[in-house]
Design a protein around this ligand. Sequence first.
Ligand code: 3PG
Length: 343
Amino acid sequence: VGDLTEADLEGKRVFVRADLNVPLDENQNITDDTRIRAAVPTIQYLIGKGAKVILSSHLGRPKGVTPKFSLAPIVPRLSELLGIQVQKADDVIGPEVEKLVSAMPNGSVTLLENVRFYKEEEKNDPEFAQKLASLADLYVNDAFGTAHRAHASTEGVTKFLKPSVAGFLLQKELDYLVGAVSSPKRPFAAIVGGSKVSSKIGVIESLLEKCDILLLGGGMIFTFYKAQGLSVGSSLVEEDKLELATSLLAKAKEKGVSLMLPTDVVIADKFAPDAVAKKLAELSGKGVTTIIGGGDSVAAVEKVGVADVMSHISTGGGASLELLEGKELPGVVALDEATTVTV
Ligand code: 3PG
């Protein structure tokens, strides 16, 4: 998907779309910096080549300008990781931003404010995309976590800024997820969590075709329990998805996939909900390919201290699911020389 290493970067203004959408606590402290760390290699490379990095991201889902969704809390951690002071703009576009950008020395970074403070971002408004594009000479998309969104800073901007290429993180995620899943090293295990079966049908179906072991977690397991006639107390069940859950269980059996539910007594294997992460680490140790995606799962793996033994920790939640379902990611398709990347 394009090649960043072939671009001429010295003195060039590079618009880098990253996914710095990290969780913050009530005091605006970062509770998991995985996505910031993952964004560093591309930025570091650009700085090293003497580029001027205009960094853009969203944080949360603000409706208009909302101080608690400011990207300001990202600056100290990012500066620390890069070893240079990152400059923060108070806006995304406009004369103040243009002034800051025009004064940037080579090898520096300016972080724009939350791009979703403008409703035009999610609407993929062409005029807004053009304004973003006008800040720079070339575009690098490294926001794998947001690649499933056709927004102005992930898709629209590529129409006005050439070349538009993939950053190292985006490329790595695609190489790994597409490569490892389309021709997996066996045995291949995956875990899918989430509160609703309805939003995970596609990925479960797709993984049943590819996995040897599929572990399900999160609230959606209650629908599977009920489908097996087990008591679920007052847990949330998607009544209209019971039949579907039954057919997914049958499909797993038919395909010879070991489908495991926490404390499952019907399908044989058992594991306690708090040991999801540990079970995967154990499997990984036995040579099983383990890919983790989604905020809660990644946090669980980090908390238990087993992140290093996993085969791949994805920075994508929804994006990795859509990719695993076989969907095209608009943020990837829009890039130069983009091939149709599906699993
Ligand atoms: C994510 O956290 O999955 C990405 O940052 C995308 O966020 P969104 O679901 O609000 O578009």
